[in-house]
Design a protein around this ligand. Structure first.
Ligand SMILES: [Zn+2]
Length: 250
């Protein structure tokens, strides 16, 4: 029997814009997560190193890059934050169809830094990243996929990109994502370790950053903005996530 899922709860709260994760709420969320944890038929798969798959009730956290005042990269009036959100919502719906527990960190256009009144930093960017990290730390999903859109001054640059942590689960997830998205784009982009990226460096559960294509390339832009293209990107990412959850089956 599938365990109770936290994802609807989180999404509903987010839609009310009231899901502000403050440190004093962490214990409450952890307690709920433990109550909802699955009964395991066997032990979890373990690997040496950091960023291990967890026993969380949340299977996948979709981290929608940027938002609100932070538009991300752009091409004319087209903003990365809107592309990320459109695909993020599609991916949430697609994965929910499989019965998985999915969390989405924003369902509309606002910056996670708006929720962060606990980190005393003048850097809005840092408060944004810290808030995203806090959600990952509290939920401990089996996988976090952070959705982004790329840009280059070279208009010919195209295709997806993948950054992973220095740990096996993240490495595997990135390569499964590369397999699916390179197949879609007809590219051969190799994932690489993103040692300096805050979310990859600071989180201790498996996380991958996915650049879904180049907003600066006409062909990619069409894929990123058209309903059919977004559907294909969603399907490729969802397939890779399902591949990953087969490898790390709890
Ligand atoms: Zn981005």
């Amino acid at each position: 029997m599938r365990r109770k899922c936290l994802s609807h709860y989180i999404t509903t709260l987010k839609e009310r814009r009231s899901f502000t994760l403050k440190p004093n709420l962490i214990a409450v969320f952890l307690a709920v997560a433990l109550l909802c944890a699955p009964v395991l038929p066997g032990g979890p798969i373990t690997h040496a190193g950091a960023a291990q798959p967890s026993m969380s009730a949340v299977d996948v956290l979709i981290d929608v890059g940027h938002g609100g005042i932070d538009g991300g990269t752009s091409y004319g009036d087209l903003l990365e934050k809107d592309i990320n959100l459109a695909v993020g919502k599609k991916l949430y719906d697609r994965l929910r169809q499989t019965g998985l527990c999915i969390a989405l960190n924003r369902t509309h256009d606002y910056a996670p830094s708006d929720d962060n009144d606990w980190l005393k930093s003048r850097s809005r960017h840092l408060r944004d990243l810290a808030q995203r990290k806090l959600l990952i730390d509290v939920l401990q999903p089996k996988l976090t996929v952070s959705l982004h859109t790329n840009w280059s001054k070279h208009k010919a640059a195209r295709g997806p990109g993948f950054l992973y942590q220095s740990a096996m689960p993240s490495y595997i997830a990135a390569h499964l994502l590369a397999n699916r998205l390179n197949g879609l784009y007809g590219t051969n982009t190799a994932p690489y370790v993103g040692k300096t990226f805050y979310l990859l460096k600071r989180t201790n559960s498996p996380t991958v950053i996915v650049e879904m294509g180049y907003i600066s390339n006409g062909s990619d832009r069409n894929m990123l903005t058209s309903p059919e293209g977004q559907k294909q990107i969603t399907e490729a990412i969802a397939s890779a996530i399902l591949d990953y959850l087969i490898v790390y089956d709890f």
